[in-house]
Design a binder for this molecule. Sequence first.
Ligand code: SF4
Length: 332
Amino acid sequence: MNNILTDRHNRKHTYLRISLTERCNLRCTYCMPEGGVALSPKSHIMSFDEIYTIAKTFADNGVTKIRLTGGEPLIRKDITVLLKKLASLPVELAITTNAVSVDRFIDTFKAYGIQNINVSLDSLDADKFKQITRRNYFDKVYYNILLLVKNGFNVKLNAVLIKGFNDNEIIDFINLTKKLAINIRFIEFMPFDGNKWDMKKMVSYNEIMNVVNTSFSEDKVNRIQDAPNDTSKNYKIEGYRGSFAIISSVTNPFCDSCNRLRLTANGQIKNCLFSAKESDLLTPLREGKAIEPIIQNAIKTKLKIRGGMDTIEKLQKPELHTKNRNMTTIGG
Ligand code: SF4
C-alpha cells in the first residue's frame, strides 16, 4: 500500500465508492430534494474509460474494494461494459442499488464476481414505500430482493429510519431475518443539502436498541463480530438466519477506522461523506496530468471526524449541510 492513501490520522483508505450517475429512478425524500437536483452537464460526467483509469490508479495505490453507487448505478446506460472493465482490477467489486431493475443483472453480476449487493429499502409497507420514494415499485423491489437472496448474493438492506414514519417497522424488518439470510442495516437519518434534516426526526442507536430489547429477551439478542472498518454495529437474534445492524453516524460516529473515499459522477474526490471539500480529478486527467498528487492532498487534508462536524452542535448547523452536496450526487 503506497502512502498516498494514508491520512494524518494514520487511516489507510482501501475502499473507494464510485458514483456512476447523478440520475435515479426513485425520488426518496431524505435523498433527492423535492424539485430534483441540478444535473451536471453530460460532458462533465466521467466516461467509462475515465472511471476505469481513476479506479486503476486507486487500485495500484492500495484500494482493495470498489462499491458502485449513484443516484441509481443500474440506470447508467451500458453499465455492463464498465462492470467488465472494473472486474479486471484486483479489487472486490460491490454495488448499492434500489433494486428496481436488478433482475436484469443477475447473470452479469455473477459473470463479473459481484457478490455483495446493498439494497435501499426503507419500508415493508407498499404505501409507505410509495410515500418515501414517490414511486410505486414496492412489489418489484421486494421480489428482486428475494431473487438476489435465492441466487446466493450477500444482501444487505439499508433502511433510513425517520421518527413517526418507519420507526414502527424495526421489529418487522428484524423478523425478516428469521427466514432470510440477509443483514438489515438501520441508518440514523443524516443531514445533507435539501433533505430537511432535523435531529428530532432521527431515530438514534439507543432508541433502536430500546425497541429491540423490549421485543426480544436479552439472551436472544447477540452482539456479533463487526468486520474491520465496519460502519455498522452488528447483532443477531438467537436462531434467526440473518442479522441486523445499526449505522450511527450521528450519535456514535465511527470515523476512527474510516477507510472510505468517494468519487462523484463528475470526477470529484470527496475525502469524507460529510465534507463539502472536493478535489477535481477529471479535469487534470483530461489534460493528461498526474492525479496521484491531488489524491494525496485530498487525503492528507482529511479531518478526523465527519468532515469537521465533530460535535452534535456543529452537525445541527444547517449552514454546514448546505455547503455539502445532496445525497443523490454523493452516492451514500
Ligand atoms: S463521516 Fe467521514 S470520516 Fe467519518 S466514517 Fe464517514 S466518511 Fe469516514
